[in-house]
Design a protein around this ligand. Structure first.
Ligand code: TTP
Ligand code: MN
Ligand code: MN
Ligand code: MN
Length: 371
């Protein structure tokens, strides 16, 4: 690919929500390195350094061509001195020695391994590491460790759910969930969201939003889905979180993407026979099924557009939408609503386009949100 000319392109925005980022990353060699550094800072609770490298990676992902010289990065936002040193190392040697050192570090490797289990976050991983545990067998052999239900299922289905989910598998699951939703509620609306809505070929799970025009019925939708999957014998695990949503509370700025709508985190058994192109990886196909992580959120219809925008991601795109709203527009955006602090009023939206319009932003299509 051509080297990025330093000035020929229009200036790159410091906000991910003003950049168009497709899945074709021209700078993977740099962004992979930045993501290792970001993760390592996260494991060491250096959150702002972590965010700095995630932002730097996000900027490079948006470029239409590969970075081939340090000069070509001069006009780019969010690239600090440290990021530039890493770019220079990679340009010169094909890899970063700092990143290689992290990758071979025992603590990094162990925390990475432990956090790859469904239900295990950095805090738990750290606790286990400090106890001297280094492998899954160490954890499972330690009788003083109590695993919650989610973690038990994370270990039980580890082989399957650590393997990427393909688009064909996501389509097959969409029809499984769609049948369950519409068996009881014909007018319910189901939308595939998350990474697959952004056009990713593979994902770590499959995300859905489901809602109904009947106010107050959205929670029963989730109960119905759970009941039907259970009856079919394909619900391997279910963590259900009831809605705690209360409109009388103003939007609170959270950088965590969690919201208060009813939702469930599932592990679903997907039969090979339902997947057009067969199961991804060989293991599953010989057995005839695989386990897949599925998330379903169910907002009321009048908050659907906000929930869809939040659950479509990417995390960096959403983070910057909120930051842009707050800093540039004096507005508070979250997965529930948009509040104008100047006018002291909520701004309604039925589509994602309405939200971009309220914010005075050009519309960015879901497949351009891979920031
Ligand atoms: P993920 O499924 O974690 O990520 P992803 O679909 O972008 O990528 P992957 O292929 O690895 O699955 O989350 C999807 C989006 O949902 C993400 O932007 C964060 C958002 N989200 C919320 O808004 N609230 C929540 O409570 C959760 C769990 C996620
Ligand atoms: Mn050198
Ligand atoms: Mn996902
Ligand atoms: Mn998810």
């Amino acid at each position: 690919p051509e080297d990025c000319p330093p000035t020929a392109e229009a200036a790159v925005s410091k906000y991910a929500c003003q950049r168009r980022t497709t899945t074709g990353n021209n700078n993977k060699i740099f962004t992979d390195a930045f993501e290792v550094l970001a993760e390592s800072y996260q494991f060491n609770e250096l959150e702002s350094r972590c965010l700095g490298f995630r932002r730097a990676a996000s900027v490079l992902k948006s470029l239409p061509c590969a970075v081939q010289s340090l000069e070509s990065t001069h006009n780019l936002p969010c690239l600090g001195e440290h990021a530039k040193v890493v770019i220079e190392e990679i340009l010169e040697h094909g890899l970063s020695f700092e990143v290689e050192k992290i990758l071979s570090d025992e603590r990094y490797q162990t925390l990475k391994l432990f956090t790859s289990v469904f239900g295990v976050g950095p805090k738990t991983a750290e606790k286990w590491y400090r106890r001297g545990l280094r492998s899954f067998s160490d954890i499972l052999a330690d009788s003083s460790i109590h695993l919650n239900q989610m973690q038990q299922n994370g270990f039980l289905h580890y082989g399957d759910i650590s393997r990427a989910v393909s688009e064909a598998e996501a389509r097959a699951l969409t029809s499984v969930i769609d049948e369950a939703v519409h068996a009881i509620t014909p007018d319910a609306v189901l939308t595939l969201t998350g990474g697959f809505r952004r056009g990713k070929e593979f994902g770590h799970d499959v995300d859905f939003i489901v809602t109904t025009p009947e106010p107050g019925k959205e929670e029963s939708l989730l109960h119905n889905i759970i009941n039907i999957l259970t009856k079919q014998g394909i619900l391997l695990y279910c963590e259900y979180q009831p809605s705690t949503f209360d409109m009388s509370e103003l939007p609170i700025q959270r950088f965590e993407a969690m919201d208060q709508f009813a939702k469930c985190f599932l592990i679903v058994r997907l039969e090979s026979s339902r997947v057009e192109e067969g199961l991804h990886g060989d293991e599953g196909d010989s057995r005839g099924w695989r386990a897949v992580r599925v998330d379903v959120v169910s907002p009321p219809l009048d908050h659907y557009a906000f929930a869809l925008l939040g659950w479509s991601g990417s995390t960096m795109f959403d983070r910057d939408l909120r930051r842009f709203a707050r800093v540039e527009r004096r507005m508070l955006l979250d997965n529930h609503c948009l509040y104008d602090k100047t006018k002291k009023e909520f701004l309604a939206a039925t589509t994602e386009k309405d939200i971009f319009t309220h914010l005075g932003l050009e519309y960015i299509e879901p497949w351009q949100r891979n920031a």
